[in-house]
Design a binder for this molecule. Structure first.
Ligand code: FES
Length: 154
Protein backbone atom coordinates (compact mmCIF):
# COMPACT_ATOMS: atom_id res chain seq x y z
CA UNK A 1 0.00 0.00 0.00
CA UNK A 2 2.79 2.46 0.89
CA UNK A 3 5.30 3.73 -1.65
CA UNK A 4 9.01 3.28 -0.98
CA UNK A 5 9.43 6.85 0.32
CA UNK A 6 6.69 6.38 2.93
CA UNK A 7 8.08 3.01 4.00
CA UNK A 8 11.48 4.64 4.46
CA UNK A 9 9.95 7.58 6.34
CA UNK A 10 8.13 5.27 8.75
CA UNK A 11 11.31 3.23 9.26
CA UNK A 12 13.17 6.45 10.14
CA UNK A 13 10.39 7.51 12.49
CA UNK A 14 10.66 4.13 14.24
CA UNK A 15 14.35 4.75 15.04
CA UNK A 16 13.47 7.89 17.00
CA UNK A 17 11.28 6.11 19.53
CA UNK A 18 12.06 3.56 22.21
CA UNK A 19 9.47 1.08 20.91
CA UNK A 20 7.10 0.56 17.99
CA UNK A 21 3.96 1.58 19.83
CA UNK A 22 5.47 4.97 20.59
CA UNK A 23 6.00 5.51 16.85
CA UNK A 24 2.34 4.89 16.00
CA UNK A 25 1.14 8.50 16.05
CA UNK A 26 3.65 9.88 13.53
CA UNK A 27 3.43 6.72 11.41
CA UNK A 28 -0.35 7.03 11.23
CA UNK A 29 0.13 10.66 10.28
CA UNK A 30 2.27 9.57 7.31
CA UNK A 31 -0.49 7.20 6.23
CA UNK A 32 -3.14 9.89 6.51
CA UNK A 33 -0.99 12.40 4.64
CA UNK A 34 -0.53 9.90 1.81
CA UNK A 35 -4.12 8.66 1.52
CA UNK A 36 -6.21 11.44 3.07
CA UNK A 37 -7.74 9.18 5.71
CA UNK A 38 -7.05 6.01 7.67
CA UNK A 39 -8.75 3.14 5.88
CA UNK A 40 -8.72 -0.42 7.34
CA UNK A 41 -5.90 -1.13 4.85
CA UNK A 42 -3.91 1.86 6.13
CA UNK A 43 -4.19 0.65 9.72
CA UNK A 44 -3.10 -2.81 8.63
CA UNK A 45 -0.12 -1.47 6.67
CA UNK A 46 1.09 0.71 9.55
CA UNK A 47 0.65 -2.15 12.02
CA UNK A 48 2.65 -4.48 9.75
CA UNK A 49 5.44 -1.95 9.25
CA UNK A 50 5.76 -1.31 12.99
CA UNK A 51 5.08 -4.90 13.95
CA UNK A 52 2.31 -3.99 16.40
CA UNK A 53 -1.16 -5.56 16.67
CA UNK A 54 -3.68 -4.13 14.19
CA UNK A 55 -6.10 -3.49 17.05
CA UNK A 56 -3.47 -1.35 18.75
CA UNK A 57 -2.92 0.76 15.63
CA UNK A 58 -6.67 1.18 15.21
CA UNK A 59 -7.19 1.94 18.90
CA UNK A 60 -4.62 4.73 18.77
CA UNK A 61 -5.87 6.15 15.47
CA UNK A 62 -9.53 6.25 16.47
CA UNK A 63 -8.78 7.97 19.78
CA UNK A 64 -7.64 11.27 18.26
CA UNK A 65 -9.85 13.61 16.24
CA UNK A 66 -6.87 14.58 14.06
CA UNK A 67 -7.04 11.16 12.40
CA UNK A 68 -9.80 10.77 9.85
CA UNK A 69 -11.80 7.56 9.74
CA UNK A 70 -13.56 8.17 6.44
CA UNK A 71 -12.61 9.58 3.02
CA UNK A 72 -12.05 13.32 2.97
CA UNK A 73 -12.15 16.05 0.35
CA UNK A 74 -8.95 17.24 -1.28
CA UNK A 75 -8.79 20.13 1.21
CA UNK A 76 -9.85 20.09 4.84
CA UNK A 77 -11.61 23.17 6.22
CA UNK A 78 -11.53 23.25 10.01
CA UNK A 79 -13.83 26.05 11.11
CA UNK A 80 -14.10 27.18 14.72
CA UNK A 81 -17.61 27.75 16.06
CA UNK A 82 -16.72 28.27 19.68
CA UNK A 83 -18.00 31.32 21.58
CA UNK A 84 -16.00 34.17 20.02
CA UNK A 85 -16.26 32.78 16.52
CA UNK A 86 -19.96 32.06 16.94
CA UNK A 87 -20.67 35.60 18.19
CA UNK A 88 -18.71 37.08 15.28
CA UNK A 89 -20.44 35.14 12.52
CA UNK A 90 -19.23 31.53 12.27
CA UNK A 91 -22.82 30.30 11.88
CA UNK A 92 -23.24 32.55 8.84
CA UNK A 93 -20.05 31.10 7.40
CA UNK A 94 -21.45 27.59 7.78
CA UNK A 95 -24.61 28.66 5.97
CA UNK A 96 -22.46 30.18 3.24
CA UNK A 97 -20.44 26.97 2.85
CA UNK A 98 -23.67 24.96 2.66
CA UNK A 99 -25.30 27.23 0.12
CA UNK A 100 -22.39 27.96 -2.18
CA UNK A 101 -20.26 24.82 -1.91
CA UNK A 102 -22.81 22.21 -0.79
CA UNK A 103 -20.74 21.23 2.26
CA UNK A 104 -22.36 20.20 5.50
CA UNK A 105 -20.37 20.02 8.75
CA UNK A 106 -18.75 16.58 8.78
CA UNK A 107 -19.30 16.19 5.06
CA UNK A 108 -17.61 16.57 1.69
CA UNK A 109 -18.53 18.98 -1.10
CA UNK A 110 -20.19 17.18 -4.03
CA UNK A 111 -17.12 17.82 -6.21
CA UNK A 112 -14.79 16.25 -3.62
CA UNK A 113 -12.91 19.51 -3.26
CA UNK A 114 -13.54 20.28 0.42
CA UNK A 115 -14.30 18.54 3.69
CA UNK A 116 -15.70 20.60 6.55
CA UNK A 117 -15.00 19.84 10.19
CA UNK A 118 -16.23 22.03 13.03
CA UNK A 119 -13.49 22.72 15.56
CA UNK A 120 -13.34 23.86 19.13
CA UNK A 121 -11.41 27.07 19.83
CA UNK A 122 -8.21 27.29 17.80
CA UNK A 123 -6.76 30.12 19.88
CA UNK A 124 -7.64 33.05 17.64
CA UNK A 125 -10.57 34.42 19.64
CA UNK A 126 -9.35 38.02 19.29
CA UNK A 127 -9.48 37.80 15.50
CA UNK A 128 -12.51 35.54 15.17
CA UNK A 129 -14.00 33.89 13.20
CA UNK A 130 -11.02 31.70 12.36
CA UNK A 131 -10.28 28.48 10.51
CA UNK A 132 -7.60 26.24 9.11
CA UNK A 133 -7.52 24.98 5.55
CA UNK A 134 -5.16 22.03 5.56
CA UNK A 135 -2.23 23.55 7.51
CA UNK A 136 -2.98 27.19 6.60
CA UNK A 137 -4.49 29.52 9.21
CA UNK A 138 -7.05 32.26 8.43
CA UNK A 139 -8.77 34.79 10.70
CA UNK A 140 -11.16 37.77 10.57
CA UNK A 141 -13.36 35.77 8.23
CA UNK A 142 -16.52 36.91 6.52
CA UNK A 143 -18.42 35.53 3.55
CA UNK A 144 -16.39 37.64 1.09
CA UNK A 145 -12.86 36.85 2.20
CA UNK A 146 -13.82 33.21 2.89
CA UNK A 147 -14.90 32.86 -0.72
CA UNK A 148 -11.66 34.45 -1.93
CA UNK A 149 -9.60 32.14 0.27
CA UNK A 150 -11.43 29.02 -0.91
CA UNK A 151 -10.68 30.03 -4.49
CA UNK A 152 -7.00 29.28 -3.82
CA UNK A 153 -7.76 25.63 -3.11
CA UNK A 154 -8.76 23.67 -6.20
S1 FES B 1 -13.52 30.84 19.73
FE1 FES B 1 -12.84 30.54 17.70
S2 FES B 1 -10.72 30.81 17.87
FE2 FES B 1 -11.37 30.95 19.91
Amino acid sequence: MFNDASIKEIAEIRTKYPNSRAALLPALYVAQREYGWLSPEAYEAVADLLNVPKATARGVGTFYAMYKQKPMGRHLIQLCTNVSCMILGAERLIDFLKNKYGIEPGGISPDGRFSLVIMECIGACGTAPAMLINDDFYENLNEINLDEILGKYQ
